[in-house]
Design a protein. Structure first.
Lengths: 182, 416
């Protein structure tokens, strides 16, 4: 299996208490007031538009950057826009100790790399992973490294389905490859 | 090894061997999309599968429940887009007059025991209350399912939750649910399927089952099942499905990753304070907090029984001057029952605003939202910051909301 190695600068979503923000829900990621939006190009500007302290995120993030969040990221509704707004901003990957199940599926299906990493809470609390740090991850083996601080990181590798959908470029393309959809 | 309830239902819908942690392909019974997500499904479909037929139009539905009727031009356009697509493909639309999609699918007998039902509502898993494996999904998933009738799914581990003891005299299904949420938090059953047992759970009416199952989403669980069922709940489900109810039960040697015991111990009314549903406290701790508005409805507490509990307290009383109470029945069928039983009249006479069925009050939809500084007490299922406007939302059962609206402050029914 060929490695897929990506590098990105991290945005570590810390709350006022200096810890990773847990349970960030889809209304904080992409508020329901904007659910009428169906075009990808309009979605990026609303990312984290209702997350206290992070409302200027869309103007600061650069293509390829990684988001680092607390556990149960993407709680709440099933809205695809909460994933698509990050695709619009060309986010490289989202790392969190865990994701809500619907959010995780939506991201996998859209080809947005979502990766589980159990040690993030500790790394963030001990300042061993900070905003601006460049991280290198092999999506398939889970081997990762904080290049800035020269520290290893254990990321859960993508599951076979996640990998196949990611390589195909999303669920629709995957379905065509598998002749599921005609 | 034996199978849990969710493993059995999934196995009945898959050619793959169903084991916890494994990703399997499922054949779906009922596919749906609502007015949020639905327009995206239509656009995805037209882009990816233009000219190709749906897997099965007879098992595919649109349910408009969020902005009903549409309050802005963009929502109106979106709903019309879905209607046009539905007409072209021969798909039935439960339109803006129908009510909450999950409840409509249940009342229409489409969500049946041992079925797999998907839609763009994150509370689709509420259908665990009738023994359906309901799952909310995003618009990419639903588009793919509309075309193929299939979806990939990671089989969740199962957890057994045994609820012991009894509710106190002033507590109901919502108090039980909030207390279970307090005990389980958002971690203990995260990404797992839960089976709830114990006499207090087994005795729940269908409305009570729906209340508990709806908030499994707030517990971060995949779905919850109540394998034991009361005679009244069984009867009500049978009127919908028109066939004898048969519950899917777990094998005696089924594997559970954990068994959790919760003791109700004469539970008193509970309230979830901002900023999250799991922030549950005994009502006694925040009794007396002034409120500006109340809301009774949502998929969690929008059944006839919920409004009856409020009406019993409001009959012959008035909502405190300056306090606004919004009432939103779950479905048209519920609305009809409220009319026939005189419940609507009780609520109206007490000063409530009664509107047409739907998700309003929970979603920022057709009954407005809260302003900065406003304190709302709601029977909904979420109180995340900014969800229903800029005010603060407390979650409680319908009797607590009714009592609070009469007194103008957070109160238990016993305070009246």
């Amino acid at each position: 299996m060929n490695p897929i190695i990506k590098r990105g600068h991290c945005w570590v979503l810390l709350g006022r208490d200096g810890k990773l923000i847990e349970d960030i829900d889809t209304d904080q990621i992409f508020h329901n007031a904007f659910l009428y939006i169906t075009d990808l190009s309009e979605m990026g500007q609303h990312a984290f538009g209702n997350l206290e302290g992070w409302k200027d995120f869309p103007s600061r993030i650069k293509p390829g950057d990684f988001i680092v969040a607390g556990r149960n990221f993407g709680a709440g509704s099933s809205r695809q826009q909460a994933v698509d707004c990050f695709i619009a901003l060309k986010v490289g990957a989202i790392l969190a100790p865990s994701f809500s199940s619907i959010y995780f599926r939506n991201a996998v299906n859209s080809g947005l790399p979502v990766l589980r990493c159990l040690e993030l809470d500790r790394l963030a609390a001990e300042h061993l992973l900070e905003t601006g740090d460049e991280v290198e991850v092999d999506f398939f083996s889970g081997k990762a490294r904080n290049l800035k601080k020269n520290l290893p990181l254990a990321v859960e590798p993508m599951s076979p389905v996640q990998r196949e959908i990611y390589l195909a470029g999303g669920l629709f393309a995957f379905g065509r490859m598998k002749s599921e959809t005609g | 090894m034996g199978k849990t309830v969710s493993e059995k239902i999934l196995q009945n819908h898959s050619q793959d061997e169903v084991l916890p942690g494994k990703i399997v392909w499922l054949d779906i019974d009922i596919l749906s999309a609502r007015d949020f997500g639905g327009p995206n499904v239509v656009k995805n479909y037209e882009r990816e599968y233009a000219g190709l037929p749906l897997a099965d139009p007879a098992r595919t539905f649109f349910t408009f429940d969020l902005c009903a009727p549409a309050c802005t031009l963009r929502y109106a356009d979106n709903q019309q887009l879905c209607r046009d697509f539905a007409r072209k493909h021969g798909v039935r639309v439960f339109d803006v007059d129908s009510g909450i999609g999950t409840h409509v699918l249940m009342e229409e007998g489409l969500s049946r025991p041992n079925s797999v039902v998907v839609g763009t509502d994150s509370h689709m898993n509420i259908l665990g209350a009738v023994g359906s494996f309901g799952q909310g999904m995003g618009d990419v998933d639903i588009t793919f399912a509309f075309r193929t009738g299939r979806t990939w799914f990671e089989v969740p581990e199962s957890v057994k939750v045994v609820v012991k003891g009894k509710l106190g005299p002033w507590a109901g299904a919502k108090d039980l649910t909030l207390f279970v949420l307090k005990e389980l938090g958002t971690k203990k059953i995260a990404l797992k399927s839960a089976e709830f047992y114990g006499p207090a759970v087994a005795g729940l009416s269908l409305a009570g089952r729906l209340t508990l199952c709806s908030m499994v989403t707030e517990m971060a669980g995949i779905i919850g099942f109540l394998p034991e069922i009361s005679p009244s709940a069984r009867d009500e489900i049978e009127t919908f499905t028109q066939e004898p109810f048969s519950s899917v039960t777990a094998d005696a040697d089924a594997f559970y990753s954990e068994t959790i015991e919760i003791n109700l111990d004469g539970l008193a009314p509970q309230v979830a304070a901002p900023p999250s549903p799991a922030n549950v406290r005994p009502l006694a701790e925040i009794r007396g907090l002034e409120i500006n508005s109340g809301f009774i409805g949502s998929c969690t507490n929008g059944r006839t029984e919920d409004f009856a509990a409020a009406a019993r307290l409001l009959r012959g009383r008035k909502i405190k001057k300056g306090v606004m109470l919004k009432v939103v029945p779950a479905t048209r069928r519920v609305y009809e029952e409220l009319l026939a039983k005189g419940i609507l009249e009780d609520l109206f006479s007490a000063g409530a605003i009664v509107v047409n069925p739907g998700c309003g009050g929970c979603a920022e939809g057709h009954v407005g939202l809260t302003g900065r500084g406003e304190v709302q007490i709601s029977t909904g299922n979420r109180n995340f910051p900014g969800k229903q406007g800029k005010g603060e939302t407390y979650l409680a059962g319908p009797a607590v909301v009714a009592a609070s609206c009469v007194l103008g402050k957070i109160a238990s029914p016993e305070d009246l």
